[in-house]
Design a protein around this ligand. Structure first.
Ligand code: CA
Length: 229
């Protein structure tokens, strides 16, 4: 039997911890929880979790800072931010801080559990022997190292950015539906969360495109999805 995966929850609202803990333990995960950012960082050091659920608004240091700190230790640890705010800018900022995904409160526990399942499964996948690298326009992409290099600057790619690029690259020149992206990468039914994909595309364009506002490579197919040209 495979060893149990450990999920760290950093969240100051006890009822949210309880709800998530029940659902995740039912799914077979070990769950550890902290109610402040500093305790969360200490627990992450001690327990080496397989994924982190991180609240944005914490009583001591905020989720962005915790995320940046975690990212300094471990470039590949899956981090999902829990944000109570609805503004898209906060989500983008969370992704900038190094989060792989975000969920807006109030969230569906079933949906979050599906995302965790997807992210932990992919994170524990054994990489192939040769690094997956390719060129998109002027950008050099390395999916194994999770980096994109453009104009001499190398940036980390989040977990979902890697999966998005892999999917677009596989179907290069063909339109890829948002629904397909959500289903395959996030493990979600197409529905309410299409904005999720759009936010990741915005972030990705900043790392790949010379002029992110006038993309030449990662193109929008209106009313459908995206295409790698
Ligand atoms: Ca909070």
């Amino acid at each position: 039997m495979a060893t149990k995966k450990t999920i760290l929850i950093v969240e100051d609202e006890p009822h949210i911890i309880m709800g998530l803990q029940d659902a995740l333990e039912f799914e077979g995960y070990d769950v550890v929880a902290a109610s402040t950012g500093r305790d969360g960082l200490n627990l992450a050091k001690q327990r080496k979790p397989d994924a982190v659920l991180l609240d944005l608004m914490l009583p001591d240091i905020n989720g962005y800072q915790v995320c940046e700190e975690l990212r300094r230790w471990d470039a590949f640890l899956p981090i999902i931010m829990l944000t109570a705010r609805s503004q898209e800018t906060d989500k983008i900022r969370g992704l900038d801080a190094g989060a792989d995904d975000y969920v807006t409160k109030p969230f569906s526990v079933a949906e979050l559990t599906a995302r965790i399942r997807a992210i932990v499964r992919r994170a524990s996948r054994t990489p192939g022997s040769s690094p997956e690298t390719f060129q998109i326009g002027e950008a050099q992409v390395n999916l194994t190292a999770q980096t994109a290099t453009l104009g001499g600057k190398t940036q980390r790619l989040s977990f979902y950015e890697v999966e998005l690029l892999r999917m677009l690259q596989e179907r290069k020149g063909q339109p890829v539906a948002r629904d397909d992206i959500l289903a395959r990468i996030w493990g979600l039914e197409a529905a309410t969360t299409n904005r999720t994909v759009d936010n990741f595309i915005v972030k990705l364009r900043r790392k790949i495109e010379r002029s992110p506002d006038k993309p030449e490579h990662i193109l929008t197919v209106y009313g459908y999805g995206y295409k790698l040209a």
